[in-house]
Design a protein around this ligand. Structure first.
Ligand SMILES: C[S@@+](CC[C@H](N)C(=O)[O-])C[C@H]1O[C@@H](n2cnc3c(N)ncnc32)[C@H](O)[C@@H]1O
Length: 331
C-alpha cells in the first residue's frame, strides 16, 4: 500500500508540558528552558533561514557529507525505510530517499517532529515526489513518543537524528535518548546520527550569533511562544541574545539576557517571574563532539559505532551505529 498516514500524539497534554517546563525552568535559581519549544510555525521558519546563513556551516556541511556517502550508506545497510526524528523540512531525508530509490530498495519514510505543519507538508510533498513511497508521519515528541514509530515489515531501516540535534541534550539525557533510539533497531537496522564537531570556538560562536540577527530572533521567539501559549507578557525586545562556547563542557550555549530588571506575568500559570538586570535564561545547549566522546556515549547506550563519515575540514560528522552485538551489515 502506498500513500500518506499522519498520526498526532500532541494534545492538550502538551500545552501542559510547556507549562510544566516554564513552571519548573523559570522558578529555578538558574533559569532554563528546553529548546524544543522554539519550534512553532514562526520558529521553524526562522530555523530554515538560519540554515541558509553564511555563518551556519552545520546544515550545508552535513548535507554535503550525506551527498557524498548516501549511496554507500544505503548499499551497506540495504535500507529501504528511513525513520527520521526531528525531521523538519525533510531536505536531508531526500538525499537518503534518492539513494534508496537508486538502489531500488525505497519503501517507507517515517518523519517524527513536534512541528505539526512540517510533518504534514513534507509528507504530502514526498509521496508526490517518489513513486510508490509510503509516508507515515508522526507528530510527536521523540523523548516521549518513540513507541508510536511503526514496526518495519522486515525491510532494513535507518533511524536518523540529523542536524546535530542530539547535542541539544545534556550527557545523561543524551545517553537515555540514544538508548531509547536503540529500541527501534532490529539486528539489520542502523542508527544514523549527525554530530557537530569540536573546532575553533570563534567558528562555532559565529554560527550561533549571525550578523543578520536571525539567530537572535529565533532565540527571542521562545518568549513569543510563551506569551501566546501561556498568556504571558514578556517584552521580547528587553532580552538580548547571548551565544558563547563553554570550553569545559564542550558545548555552545544560547541564553536570553534581561536588559533591565523586570517582572513577567505568566497569566495561565498565575505566576510572576522576576528577572534582575543582566540575569540570563538558558535556552539551548549544543554539544560539540569528538569521535571518542561519541563512542563513549554509544557504548553507554548499548550501541556501537560502525562507520564515521566526515567532511575534509572535519567540521561535522555522520556516524552509523548498531546495537551492541548486532552483525555489521554486508557492504
Ligand atoms: C535543529 S532542527 C533540525 C532539523 C533537520 N533535521 C535538519 O537536520 O536540518 C531540530 C528539529 O527537531 C525538532 N525537534 C526538536 N525537539 C524535538 C522533540 N523533542 N521531539 C520531536 N521533534 C523535535 C524541531 O521541531 C526541528 O524540526
Amino acid at each position: 500500500m502506498t500513500g500518506v498516514a499522519i498520526a498526532s500524539y500532541l494534545s492538550e497534554a502538551d500545552e501542559r508540558i510547556l507549562a510544566n517546563d516554564v513552571l519548573d525552568g523559570l522558578t529555578r535559581p538558574f533559569k532554563e528552558l528546553p529548546p524544543k519549544h522554539f519550534y512553532d510555525a514562526r520558529g521553524s521558519e526562522l530555523f530554515e533561514q538560519i540554515c541558509e546563513l553564511p555563518e551556519y556551516y552545520p546544515t550545508r556541511t552535513e548535507a554535503g557529507i550525506l551527498g557524498d556517502w548516501a549511496d554507500e550508506i544505503v548499499a551497506r545497510t540495504g535500507a529501504g525505510e528511513l525513520v527520521e526524528l526531528g525531521s523538519g523540512t525533510a531536505d536531508k531525508a531526500r538525499i537518503l530517499l534518492d539513494a534508496m530509490a537508486r538502489a531500488g530498495t525505497l519503501r517507507r519514510y517515517v518523519p517524527l517532529d513536534v512541528a505539526e505543519r512540517m510533518v504534514a507538508d513534507s509528507a504530502r510533498q514526498l509521496v508526490e515526489e517518489y513513486d510508490g513511497l509510503e509516508v507515515h508521519g508522526v507528530i510527536g515528541d521523540f523523548e516521549r513518543h518513540l513507541d508510536h514509530v511503526p514496526d518495519t515489515d522486515g525491510t532494513p531501516r535507518i533511524v536518523a537524528l540529523l542536524g546535530g540535534t542530539v547535542g541539544n541534550f545534556p550527557p545523561g539525557t543524551r545517553r537515555t535518548l540514544l538508548r531509547n533510539m536503540g529500541t527501534l533497531l532490529g539486528r539489520d537496522d542502523r542508527l544514523l546520527l549527525g554530530t557537530d564537531l569540536v573546532k575553533d570556538p570563534a567558528v562555532i560562536e559565529a554560527a550561533y550569533d549571525d550578523r543578520a540577527g536571525v539567530t537572535a530572533e529565533f532565540n527571542r521567539n521562545l518568549l513569543h511562544v510563551i506569551n501566546r501559549e501561556l498568556g504571558a507578557n514578556f517584552v521580547a525586545d528587553q532580552f538580548e541574545h547571548v551565544a558563547f562556547f563553554d570550553d569545559k563542557h564542550q558545548w555552545v550555549e544560547m541564553r536570553l539576557r534581561a536588559l533591565a530588571a523586570c517582572s513577567v506575568e505568566i497569566g495561565d500559570l498565575g505566576m510572576t517571574v522576576e528577572f534582575e538586570a543582566g540575569e540570563e535564561l538558558r535556552t539551548e545547549i549544543s554539544a560539540k563532539f569528538t569521535r571518542e566522546r561519541l563512542e563513549a556515549d554509544y557504548r553507554a547506550a548499548g550501541l556501537a559505532l560502525e562507520h564515521w563519515y566526515t567532511d575534509e575540514d572535519e567540521l561535522f560528522a555522520l556516524s552509523l551505529a548498531g546495537r551492541e552485538g548486532a552483525q555489521s551489515p554486508a557492504g
